[in-house]
Design a protein around this ligand. Structure first.
Ligand SMILES: Cc1cc2nc3c(=O)[nH]c(=O)nc-3n(C[C@H](O)[C@H](O)[C@H](O)COP(=O)(O)OP(=O)(O)OC[C@H]3O[C@@H](n4cnc5c(N)ncnc54)[C@H](O)[C@@H]3O)c2cc1C
Length: 385
């Protein structure tokens, strides 16, 4: 459902995504979760359908769609598997948007176009073992040596980091003797073929198990100077601007998980019988379903209104944080209630409720925890000061 009226194109995109998700993702999601692996071939299929270039203008080989179309597609993919959705969200919102807005013509030709076509997969490396919410405290260091940059340090939690072809890496370019805070951070386009690039440990996660989350170690990684994105010292600003958009993607991912949990709960409550009646006849269960549906609809309405504001060119920093906060807390609420509606069967892997519950939790953590979203919202309420 969607309260906001959809255009014909938006309905078509949603339907394309729904069909693809039902055919190519949903039947395999439980096995990918069990085996903790996501087939790169499926990512390539997503690329071939245009799902990895949705927000990139046609002149750069993308589909040039509006933000609502993208979020509708993302919700459909996420309802089938949240791991597939995070790959799509990171690729569309972070490295490709940074290249589109801050890259040179040469960088857009060389990286953005094949990424928009889905031939190269993108990742985003900001976090480090000692630097999470306080992202500007990162220590990964880039030093200029003639025509090259030499990068040393460790990035953690890199989604798709084990198979990405292009990784947007934030590293310090200020001197260790004269740190410049967030102004000392630059963004670099890193490819895994560079000497000194190593994929480190893969995280053994609670949920989103099919999505590979890895550490990346740079041991004197050498990059040509043309791989600096935009201006030196602006990398943190570029990353934060992209995260404004990324948060809408995570909100759509959270909504997809929540909707799938609601749909499964509706079906289960109609079929499961206790005390000689379907459990949906109990008011306690009806109230849960009503609360679940109401929260999903309100989170989706805010998300689509924010997407439209973004496409009108308005600043969405506060609303983007509200969308992510509301949608992720909705996903956690809805999936917790879903487990309860399934009773004991909600607690075992034979039924889908426990996977939704495990997958939902991360949406309250990455791309800014719920606490950080509240910090952003409160700051914006005071005019951003
Ligand atoms: C599965 C997964 C995928 C990820 N993918 C990526 C990725 O692709 N790229 C990337 O760069 N990062 C990624 N991350 C990292 C993610 O963005 C961070 O985990 C997140 O920003 C939180 O940082 P942290 O884990 O260091 O927690 P911390 O920052 O240490 O926070 C710990 C707790 O303290 C709270 N806290 C911290 N500061 C404040 C404050 N000022 N006010 C109130 N409370 C505060 C937090 O809300 C949290 O509850 C991923 C993480 C996971 C788990």
């Amino acid at each position: 459902m969607s309260l906001t009226p959809l255009t014909e194109v938006q309905r078509e995109i949603r339907s394309l995504a729904r069909t693809f998700a039902a055919d190519a993702i949903a039947p395999h999601a439980a096995r990918w979760d069990r085996e903790a692996c996501f087939p790169v071939a499926v990512a390539r299929q997503m690329g071939a359908l245009g799902f990895l270039g949705m927000l990139i203008p046609e002149e750069f080989d993308g589909l040039g769609l509006d933000t609502t179309s993208y979020l509708l597609a993302l919700e459909e993919i996420s309802a089938a598997d949240a791991s597939a959705a995070v790959l799509m969200s990171v690729h569309n919102s972070l490295p490709t948007q940074m290249l589109l807005h801050f890259g040179s013509d040469e960088q857009r030709d060389h990286y953005l176009k094949p990424m928009a076509r889905g031939e190269l997969l993108g990742a985003f490396a900001l976090s480090e073992p000692e630097s999470g919410s306080d992202a500007s405290s990162l220590t990964c260091q880039a030093i200029r040596e003639g025509d090259e940059w030499v990068i040393s340090g460790t990035k953690s939690w890199v989604t798709s980091g084990s198979f990405a072809d292009v990784i947007m890496v934030m590293a310090r370019t200020d001197s260790p003797d004269a740190r410049r805070g967030s102004k000392g951070i630059s963004a670099f386009i890193v490819t895994p073929d560079r000497p000194g690039f190593h994929v480190g440990k893969k995280e053994d996660k609670m949920g989103l198990r099919a999505s590979p989350t890895v550490q990346l170690n740079f041991d004197g990684l050498r990059l040509p100077s043309r791989n600096l994105l935009g201006e030196e010292g602006q990398g943190f600003v570029y990353a934060m601007r992209s995260l404004d958009n990324g948060r809408l993607g995570i909100a759509a991912q959270a909504l997809g998980i929540a909707r799938a949990a609601l749909d499964a709960s509706l079906a289960y409550a109609a079929e499961r019988r206790q005390f000689k009646q379907a459990i949906r006849e109990f008011q306690a269960i009806q109230f849960k379903l009503a609360d679940m549906a109401s929260r999903i609809e309100s989170a989706r309405a805010l998300l689509h209104a924010t997407a439209a504001a973004k496409d009108r060119g308005e600043s969405i920093t506060m609303y983007g944080s509200m969308c992510k906060l509301l949608a992720s807390e909705t996903a956690m609420f809805v999936t917790t209630e879903a487990v309860q509606i399934f009773g004991g069967y909600g607690y075992v892997k034979e039924y889908p409720a426990e996977k939704y519950f495990r997958d939902a939790k991360i949406t309250e953590i990455y791309e800014g925890t719920s606490e950080i979203q509240r910090v952003v919202i409160a700051r914006e309420l005071y005019g951003g000061k």
